[in-house]
Design a binder for this molecule. Structure first.
Ligand code: CTP
Ligand code: MG
Length: 238
């Protein structure tokens, strides 16, 4: 009987967050990587970790950090703030998609195949539980989905001389955010194919990997304008 229960637990789908904090933050122009800058007295990356730690939607967190930062993050972030759900701290790679693929590769064989991954930019501190719940419900019912918000300004497509070529219709334009949520098997297969075929140019988010590989359609889930990414100095108000 005990064996049977253990087997059931092992095959149950897990909801795993991958938090990306391996970027250099070059647009932030700061001496330390932006994910460690203080926001309301805490390192920036801690804000989303707090939400994930408290969320009933999330079972585990895999944190991806820069080269040589693993020990620092283990002691100054994971132990210092007592995060219980962080199951691994991994080194990322040169581009965001390398960092994601390191985490997906790490999870291979370590989580049940039916699991889901929630890929989140560690530079988005204002993650809210309500958004995680909307994504949780959608991915189980409809498959791959991402947080996004409608564009507020009119968007112009311009040529290299700065002259407007086109004004895409605003009502069909959304700004992609994170979390971006996928069945684990789907996103890992799409990433493996993209890397094998070398189709990595211009990849800036995860939904794009699925779109480019024609793997599945991806649904939009209403995000939040507050869920912005800290990118340039004016985005942060300590
Ligand atoms: N990221 C990552 N690995 C990389 C590049 C980015 O894990 N090689 C992460 C960042 O830490 C961030 C998220 O992906 O949480 C979104 O990337 P972005 O805002 O571009 O951050 P940076 O790459 O750090 O900033 P910049 O592009 O200005 O250098
Ligand atoms: Mg970047």
């Amino acid at each position: 009987m005990k064996e049977k229960i253990e087997e059931t637990l092992h095959t149950e789908a897990l909801h795993v967050a991958i938090v990306l904090a391996a970027g250099k933050g070059s647009r932030m122009n700061s001496d330390i990587p932006k994910q460690y800058l203080l926001l309301k007295g805490k390192p920036l990356v801690c804000h989303c970790l707090d939400t994930l730690e408290a969320s009933p939607c999330i079972d585990q967190v895999v944190l991806v950090v820069g080269r040589g930062e693993v020990d620092y993050v283990r002691s100054q972030i994971i132990e210092a703030y007592s995060y219980q759900k962080v199951s691994a701290v991994l080194e990322g790679g040169a581009e965001r998609y390398h960092s994601v693929s390191h985490a997906l590769e790490y999870l291979d064989g370590r989580i049940p195949e039916a699991s889901y991954v929630y890929i989140h930019d560690g530079a988005r501190p204002y993650l809210e539980e309500a958004l995680l719940e909307r994504l949780y419900r959608t991915v189980r019912k409809e498959g791959a989905c991402i947080a996004a918000v409608p564009v507020k300004d009119t968007i112009k497509q311009v040529d290299k001389n700065g002259r407007i070529k086109k004004t895409p219709e605003r009502s069909s334009l959304w700004m992609a955010q994170t979390p971006q949520v996928f069945p684990y098997v789907l996103i890992w297969e799409a990433y493996r194919r993209m890397l094998a075929e070398g189709k990595t140019e211009g990849i800036t988010d995860d939904a794009q990997v699925v779109e480019r590989m024609g793997a599945s359609s991806v649904k939009i889930v209403e995000g939040s304008y507050r869920n912005q990414k800290i990118t340039t100095p004016e985005d942060i108000d300590p």
